[in-house]
Design a protein around this ligand. Structure first.
Ligand code: SAM
Length: 189
């Protein structure tokens, strides 16, 4: 079984958008308790690797292709740790299921979710190889079109989807950027 029901959301996203393949290097932001890590680990297989980051401690997984980092993705320190863990070869896919602590105040929750999605987008621009994919969770609202159009500049196409497995949280959706257009600038260039 999976650690979190959200595992099924990633399965659906993967089925509809072909995100994970054997041998891939995948980054999973906001990875606790680890449902997406379990799915990603299965999909990338023994020749792939998955690196998960979360504010919360992630209970160790059995899978040998998974590494976790405890940290805050809004902090430079954590990003540096992630870049080091990935190394120069970059990543094939960046996934973010990060969500803010909900206040119930719609606009605030929305703005915070977009801020987290933008952190994932920035990191993706550093890490993704040409052709790589990005998935970010956001709560729907007025800042979404700007985020989407910024992503459209960097990917061949962007789509928005509500996986059936997340239907109960109606304002939650995922933006999927498919096939990064340009190669990342390697550090030291
Ligand atoms: N995909 C996960 C799974 O399948 O188990 C569930 C993720 S849960 C919906 C959202 C996670 O985002 C929480 O564990 C939370 O701690 C994390 N998160 C929120 N803000 C974060 C930040 N600034 N840096 C890292 N993780 C963050």
């Amino acid at each position: 079984g999976y650690r979190a029901r959200s595992a099924y959301k990633l399965k659906q996203l993967n089925e509809s958008s072909s995100l994970l393949s054997p041998g891939d290097v995948a980054v999973d932001l906001g990875a606790a308790p680890g449902g997406w890590l379990q799915v990603a680990s299965e999909e990338v297989g023994e020749h792939g690797k998955v690196i998960g980051v979360d504010l919360q401690r992630i209970k160790e997984l059995e899978a040998r292709n998974v590494t976790t980092i405890r940290g805050d993705m809004t902090e430079e320190d954590t990003k540096e740790q992630l870049f080091e863990a990935i190394g120069d070869d970059g990543a094939d896919v960046v996934l973010s299921d990060m969500a803010p602590n909900m206040t119930g105040e719609y606009n605030l929750d929305h703005a915070r979710s977009v801020y987290l999605a933008r952190q994932a987008f920035e990191v993706a621009l550093e890490l993704l190889d040409s052709g790589g994919d990005l998935v970010v969770k956001v709560f729907d609202g007025p800042d979404l079109p700007d985020l989407r159009s910024d992503m459209e500049k960097e990917f061949q196409y962007v789509r928005a989807t509500h996986p059936d497995a997340s239907r109960q949280e109606s304002s939650e959706l995922y933006l999927i950027g498919k096939k990064r257009i340009t190669a990342p600038v390697k550090k030291g260039d």
